[in-house]
Design a protein around this ligand. Structure first.
Ligand code: ASP
Ligand code: MG
Length: 453
């Protein structure tokens, strides 16, 4: 039995957290592979440094070193500390070299290299904590493991096939030998060996990639919350923790609002049928949420109600646009070119409407302006919108579900501005004004989610 265990920033963010993580690891049964985030706050700190001037960087590197040495001094002493400082010194030398390398800083992937440094040090520390506890372990970087990635700077995707074949050669022997690998999350390497990060919060995805590559039996994401909830407890105080849900529901929720998991975590484990558990490292006795191929009938219609705020609808009108799919394609191409996320699209005879983050509206406009003037008659923008994502197993196959949901929306006196139904069989998404969204979530949750009351 192989379990991949991922520890997030707060779960490795202090000497106590690191000790707690080590205890969770040693208490676990079977073979284990660990994936870690940077200690909390470190990646934000590096992001600032990557943007700053050369002088700023020298100061930053001193502070980075101090933060890690402080933690190490509270964890190790004597020979253990000496051994750690030797490995640490080698990594710091490489990091300093990178920071002062003017030529390297011209590379479009330079920032990927800088902001992924935190993981190299957190994995080293946790590896030594395990060793100090008498456990055989080895700290490995994504370079050491062969976690391959491709894509644009700061938004890589793993090459699952290549990663699996290389990790089988480079990492599997450790596992077979009873050694626990402690692997850097957040980034992979391109074919040329250069680091490429998976987007902020991407260590969850790294862990799923490692679970996929090692054909693990279980993926555990150890974080600082109890699991997925039936709604955001800040909005719905009686929201309950979800014990069990299927991959589709978790993917929709992670994507549309719940900030529990990186949305890309689901796919690499889903395709290999590897169950995933979200657990709280501060309360290891709690069972968390388990996500798998669940097909159990349930009583409550909705598993969870999530929301995403600060969105805008951009409605583009042009005569008979529906008869000109090539025009819609051109518009989408322009918008996608900006690397913006389109949360929803809806079309009618003469309008195509996009739901996007409000921050992206300006850059989308700039792009749309470069379209042939004949393509567009009018563009309308509605700001201060929010998306409600109502998630439940097999929602589409049940009769009358939409009617019930929209009756509840009417009760909240909210006008529905856009609807997406049918794109997924586990969620019904619709847009309402931001001023009404919390009422919608509360009423929907009260009626249809959170178990029977
Ligand atoms: N350390 C990275 C970040 O803060 C990756 C992660 O935490 O998942 O974005
Ligand atoms: Mg994190």
């Amino acid at each position: 039995m192989i379990t991949v265990m991922k520890f997030g920033g707060t779960s490795v963010g202090s000497p106590e957290a690191l000790r707690r993580a080590a205890k969770i690891i040693t208490d676990g049964k079977g073979s284990k592979v660990i994936v870690v985030s940077a200690m909390s706050g470190i990646t934000n700190f590096l992001v600032k440094g990557a943007d700053g001037s050369h002088e700023d960087r020298n100061g930053l590197i001193e502070e980075f070193e101090r933060k890690h040495v402080d933690v190490a001094c509270q964890l190790f002493e004597g020979k253990q500390l000496d051994e750690f400082m030797k490995d640490f010194g080698e990594r710091m030398d490489k990091f300093r070299e990178l920071f002062s390398d003017e030529a390297a800083s011209k590379d479009p992937y330079y920032r990927d290299n800088i902001i992924s440094q935190g993981e190299r040090f957190s994995s080293l520390i946790l590896g030594h904590v395990l060793r100090a506890a008498g456990v055989r372990s080895v700290a490995l970087t994504s370079e050491d493991c062969g976690i391959y990635a491709e894509g644009r700077p700061l938004s890589g995707s793993a090459d699952l096939q290549k990663t699996e074949s290389v990790m089988n050669i480079k990492v599997k022997p450790y596992i077979d030998d009873g050694v626990i690998p402690v692997i850097t999350g957040f980034y992979g390497i391109k074919n040329d060996g250069h680091p490429l990060t998976f987007g902020r919060g991407g260590s969850d995805y790294s862990a799923a990639v490692v679970a996929n590559a090692m054909n693990a039996d279980l993926l555990e994401i150890w974080t600082d919350v109890d699991g997925f909830m039936s709604a955001d407890p800040r909005i719905v105080p009686d929201a309950i923790k979800i014990e069990e849900m299927n991959f589709g529901e978790a993917a929709e929720l992670a994507y549309f609002g719940a900030r529990v998991l990186h949305p890309r975590t689901i796919e690499p484990v889903r395709i290999k049928h590897i169950p995933l558990k979200v657990r709280n490292s501060f309360k290891p006795e709690e069972p968390g949420t388990i996500i798998h191929h669940l097909r159990k009938p349930r009583d409550d219609m909705l598993r969870s109600v999530a929301m995403k705020t600060d969105l805008s609808i951009i409605a583009i009108s042009s005569a008979e646009i529906a008869f000109h799919p090539e025009m819609v394609a051109r518009i989408i191409e322009k918008i996608a070119d900006n690397e913006v996320v389109i949360y929803s699209i809806s079309t009618s005879l003469s309008t195509v409407a996009f739901l996007v983050h409000s921050n992206d509206v300006k850059s989308i406009f700039a792009k749309l302006n470069t379209l042939d003037p004949g393509d567009i008659e009018r563009i309308e923008v509605k700001n201060d919108m929010a998306l409600v994502c109502a998630v439940g197993d097999n929602l589409l196959s049940k009769c009358g579900v939409s009617a019930e949901i929209f009756t509840a929306v009417k009760e909240a006196r909210a006008n529905v501005e856009m609807i997406s139904e049918g794109a997924s069989d586990v969620s019904l998404n619709f847009v309402v004004p931001m001023s009404r969204v919390t009422d919608v979530v509360r009423i929907l949750h009260g009626k249809y989610a959170g178990g029977i009351r």
